[in-house]
Design a protein around this ligand. Structure first.
Ligand SMILES: [Zn+2]
Length: 497
């Protein structure tokens, strides 16, 4: 299918409209020259095909039911000179190839260059296992092609709907729904075995008893950007929160998790009419949540202080709804005090970082070879199932480096850092602390996935996220990435707003 051509006539009308608004004096006093700020938003349905046998992991998603459709949610901003597009997809991961392919189509159809397009995944775990990273070129290719096209079309439609807009941003907090999932255990309670029979210092998702203290922090902030038409009609609200996902859905069911419920709820609270034209688009991106989930865990000491807790049993989807509504309420409270801007400048920077890939240690290779020799069947225990991963990473055939894209964007005095990986919360917090532009919105699993990203200190502690295979890059990759992003934010900071 060929992309629809943008008719020159249409371009002419758009240009004329801008001039008309400028001469009518509808442009804000702070507008430099006659530039009009515009925004447009749209959603594309990206639900994959269903009907595969849930017991057989074929190239098709092992799903037999759709609870709610998956979407690519797009927001396009235009300051009259530069444009910026955000796409947040209801997917567990976003493949770098799909993102790159979509950006090529987007540039052709709208003229927005790839460095001004962010394509990220929410990390919903019920996206029908739409994990495309390792499946490129396989039968799954069908879905990749469909997804690429649908993402690009969403941006085109948002771009078609650009209208004069006001913009504002803010920060809310919801500290009660984020829990670091890596824990030090009470000494003597039990031993934590790692992926390669080694003993580790922290355990991921360790149960609820015998916990000493979490191994890292959480980021309770919900950073958000809001755009509305001059009439007050809400166009879109995009937020970011550092929560892995919520879950608690029925088996073999496709769902966009709490991210989509938030998107819907925030529109409701903003008073967006379901039938308004064009429809309101809510968006919830994943902040930095590599080590943060929604399971309420406390240390033994804290549990003793809290006393016996009533254990609530949740119905399917009930918890996701609860978290989404709490977040939407917090955002709405902050939304009341926003300062609206008639015009802000958009600037974007992109860099490609080359990381050395992760190599297994000598001990890990020896362990993997011994497991292979013993013909231990990779069972439920992930310790033995990782031996083939270790051997794959020991192979000289694996490419020695991995290129990843990082981006920074400036929307007036709001900055956005877009990075791949499932990034640990403390990395996002460091970025926020070192950013010369504040607030900073972090968007992870953006423009590619590439596994977990712990800090060097967390690598030393061990635990699931640090294992080779789920972590694919050199152990100090997070330091290099943060330094690069802070430098880029510094460059954006020097620009006149
Ligand atoms: Zn994850």
């Amino acid at each position: 299918m060929k992309p629809p051509k943008i008719r020159p006539q249409r371009l002419f009308i758009v240009t004329n409209l801008c001039l008309a608004f400028a001469s009518l004096g509808l442009v804000g006093a702070e507008t430099p020259g006659a530039l009009v700020f515009r925004a447009g938003a749209a959603t594309s349905n990206i639900t994959p095909a269903i009907g595969a046998d849930p017991k057989i992991h074929t190239s098709r998603p092992p799903a037999t039911h759709v609870h709610d459709e998956l979407h690519a949610r797009s927001l396009v901003l235009d300051d009259g000179q530069a444009k910026l597009a955000f796409v947040v997809c209801d997917l567990r991961h976003i493949s770098a190839e799909v993102a790159e392919g979509a950006k090529r189509i987007i540039e052709k159809m709208t003229g927005i260059p790839p460095q001004c397009v962010v394509i990220s995944a929410t990390h919903t775990h019920t996206s029908g296992c739409a994990k495309l990273e390792q499946r490129e070129g396989e039968p799954y290719y069908d879905y990749s092609a469909f997804l690429t096209r649908r993402i690009a079309e969403g941006v085109l439609r948002a771009h078609n709907q650009l209208e004069p807009a006001q913009v504002a941003w803010g920060v809310a907090e919801e500290p009660t729904q984020v829990f670091n999932r890596r824990w030090f255990l009470v000494p003597g309670s039990r031993t934590v075995y790692g992926a390669h029979d080694n003993i580790e210092q922290v355990d991921t998702n360790p149960g609820y008893k015998g916990l000493l203290r979490p191994a890292g922090p959480v980021d309770p902030q919900i950073t958000f950007l809001s755009v509305r038409a001059a009439s007050g009609k809400p166009i879109s609200l995009m937020a970011s929160y550092g929560l892995h996902y919520v879950g608690g859905v029925t088996e073999n069911t496709i769902s966009a998790d709490y991210f989509a419920i938030f998107a819907d709820r925030v529109g409701e609270l903003l008073g967006a009419d379901r039938h308004q034209d064009p429809p309101f688009v809510g968006i919830m991106a994943n902040g930095t949540s590599g080590d943060v989930n929604n399971l309420e865990r406390y240390s033994d000491e804290e549990l003793a202080k809290r006393g016996p807790q009533p254990k609530k049993r949740y119905e399917p989807f009930e918890k996701a709804r609860e978290v989404a509504h709490l977040c939407a309420d917090k955002v709405m409270a902050a939304h009341k005090t926003l300062k609206w801007h008639d015009h802000v400048k958009l600037t974007s920077l992109q860099r490609t970082l080359t990381f050395e890939r992760r190599y297994p240690t000598k001990e890990e290779v020896e362990w993997a070879q011994s497991v292979k020799a013993k013909r231990i069947k990779p069972m439920g225990t992930s310790r033995y199932s990782t031996y083939s991963t270790v051997l794959a990473y020991a192979s000289p055939e694996m490419p020695p480096t991995l290129d990843v894209i990082v981006q920074t964007h400036r929307i007036g005095d709001l900055a956005v850092a877009a990075m791949p990986f499932e990034v640990f919360a403390e990395i996002g917090l460091e970025l926020k602390q070192r950013s010369p532009i504040r607030p900073l919105m972090n968007i992870s699993i953006a423009n590619g996935s590439h596994g977990y990203l712990p800090t060097p200190a967390q690598h030393k502690l061990g635990g699931y996220e640090t294992w080779i295979g789920v972590n694919k890059v050199q152990l100090d990759a997070s330091v290099k990435m943060v330094d690069a992003l802070v430098e880029m934010l510094g460059e954006l900071h020097k620009e006149k707003p």
